[in-house]
Design a protein around this ligand. Structure first.
Ligand SMILES: Nc1ncnc2c1ncn2[C@@H]1O[C@H](COP(=O)(O)OP(=O)(O)O)[C@@H](O)[C@H]1O
Ligand SMILES: [Mg+2]
Length: 189
């Protein structure tokens, strides 16, 4: 077979009809080895589902207990076996000095998973994201999704994620984020 050249970025679109579909994507991401050292930007208006996607992803990775939105603290971090995760919400980032003082430069230089809501508020500081997830509200529960892989690692995250929805997720109720523990394989405890 001849070798293929992939030209980045690669853009894929999908419609997630309900939160179970969002969770399905999160579970797919959680299973990807490329996630172990990745930077993912989450874009979209307030209420689009950025934090919800991150919560489903963290649950799928094995985070237990309450998952706070980092809206006030700017960052929440998680130590999983063999994986450090940082969840940023840059909405309230004010002053460029805050970036240096808070040690964010060091975090982005460290291995692990970095997830960032409102990346535009930290523009100029952030490295190129491996993957950009853009969410737009279609109705109460449906989301138009645009996935942009900007690096080979980002491409590994969405490789073979081609068509959505697989029917198994349609109409299935999402596992509760608050009351249920979800193991790495997605089974509910
Ligand atoms: N398909 C979906 N994907 C993500 N969230 C959804 C979906 N359908 C409904 N929701 C709801 O929309 C809200 C999204 O809020 P949130 O994740 O805080 O948004 P953001 O972080 O983008 O401001 C949550 O209440 C979530 O339960
Ligand atoms: Mg949010």
């Amino acid at each position: 077979m001849c070798s293929e050249t992939v030209h980045l970025p690669i853009v894929k679109t999908a419609v997630w009809p309900d939160e179970a579909a969002t969770q399905g994507f999160a579970m797919m991401l959680a299973s990807r080895p490329a996630l172990r050292n990745a930077f993912i930007e989450l874009r979209g208006d307030l209420g689009a589902g950025k934090t919800t996607l991150v919560r489903h992803l963290l649950r799928a990775l094995g985070v237990q207990g309450r998952i706070k939105s980092p809206t006030y603290a700017v960052v929440e971090s998680y130590e999983l076996p063999g994986l450090a995760v940082w969840h940023f919400d840059f909405y309230r980032l004010q002053d460029p000095q805050e970036w240096e003082d808070a040690g964010f430069r060091d975090i982005f230089a460290s291995p692990g998973l970095k997830l960032a809501e409102w990346p535009d508020k930290a523009a100029g500081h952030l490295p190129l994201a491996d993957l950009v997830v853009q969410l737009a509200m279609l109705d109460d529960t449906a989301r138009q999704v645009t996935l942009t892989a900007q690096t080979p690692n980002g491409l590994a995250l969405i490789h073979q994620y081609d068509s959505y929805p697989p029917l198994m997720y349609k109409g299935q109720r999402p596992i509760s984020l608050e009351n249920t523990t979800t193991s790495a394989n997605g089974a509910s405890a």
